[in-house]
Design a protein around this ligand. Sequence first.
Ligand code: ADE
Length: 239
Amino acid sequence: MNYHILTLFPEMVLNGLHTSIIGRAAEKGLLSIEAIDIREYSTDKHRHVDDYPYGGGAGMVMQPMPICDAYEDLCGKIGKNPRVIYMTPQGKVFNQKIAQELAKEEDLVFLCGHYEGIDERALELIATDYLSIGDYVLTGGELPAMVMIDSISRLIPGVLNNDTSAEFESFQDNLLEYPQYTRPEEYKGLKVPEVLLSGHHKNIDAWRREQSIQRTLERRPDLLEEAILSKKEAEYLKK
Ligand code: ADE
């Protein structure tokens, strides 16, 4: 996976992503992260990339030319036109399913806006996807891009130490993950559930499944509408 981030703050995304697991994955060659400075494509002598909105109103709008030129330059360099994801609170809310779909791409462009937004024509010309990380407004698209890159990257084979650890986790089958325990067996009077100490794998799997469903019912009942459940489980939930 090659990520290309169109941004006015290249250091922000590079510093944020070149640490920990994602940084190690980049060192191992499992992915690459390139920050493209939109300002480098300004033809203005003061390197301006924004201007006043036509029709008036507060704030500044990012001009279309530097953004489109940066994208076209990238396409020429890599010899293809990758998907361009525009970070916006007006987009579809990002989730695990979208992360899985995007993880299949070879190249992804993340377009990060600032100020009052981006001239609509740039979006019309290059944006293929509009994604949000939730119903709140941030000052720019860099943090949302970093959030998405983190969650997509951990789905790429080899990025997590244990290949199976992304398989059984929250949102698998649209259910939340079961509770986890490690040593000691008792802490401040709280004991690890007996079944987990039994070594009986069938019972452990059944307990974990039940906990997942129970937890989803309590914390995120909205997820259950699309959860993949057995007939018996679905009947139990109807009661
Ligand atoms: N830019 C500003 N707020 C955002 C959000 N919630 N999601 C994605 N991009 C944004």
